[in-house]
Design a protein around this ligand. Sequence first.
Ligand SMILES: Cc1cc2nc3c(=O)[nH]c(=O)nc-3n(C[C@H](O)[C@H](O)[C@H](O)COP(=O)(O)O)c2cc1C
Length: 181
Amino acid sequence: MNYQQSIFLKRRSCRKFTDEQIDPNQVKAIVEAGLLAPTSMNRRPCQFTLVDDKELLEKLSQCKPHGADLIAGCALAVVVSANPSVSDVWVEDASIASSYIQLQAESLGLGTCWVQVRNRMHDNENTSSEWVKDLLDMDGAEHVVSIIAIGHKDAPRPQASLDQLQWEKVHIGNWKEEQQS
Ligand SMILES: Cc1cc2nc3c(=O)[nH]c(=O)nc-3n(C[C@H](O)[C@H](O)[C@H](O)COP(=O)(O)O)c2cc1C
């Protein structure tokens, strides 16, 4: 495999996008990736809410005080949510689907950034998830895990480097034997 071309190296979080819209066929391919993602016991607890309206994107960017501003400048936000009563591992399922969406978008040459919504607060009283659900009139049983912001990259970022991988976090078998050597 030619690793220099790998989407795993090329994918870097993109927080600045051009004004160009995303081709509808590409949007379809991105959604397909989310729907194709594996889920525990094939329960498929995830919902994908697409937002490309500028005003709504601007509002979504206010879902939490920090780290969501970039949504205002993207062409498409995919709100990934799940219903915990459908699967006890909805967080994992929604996270895998979010990653699939990111990698599919990267394979199409688009930039993405994961915006964390689960376990985040909009303000002192409201969770980011509840705030997003209210904004988009989503079903009350849903829990928003992430918002994947997607668009054409404004400026390409340097790709990741295999030289900087943290191999010390990889363990072969029993950790105890490793500590003795
Ligand atoms: C679970 C998760 C939550 C993240 N939340 C945010 C976020 O809220 N805002 C943001 O700008 N980036 C967010 N990121 C992007 C990370 O900051 C980024 O992936 C990390 O710094 C590594 O950089 P890279 O994606 O360019 O490799 C998140 C990434 C993950 C996987």
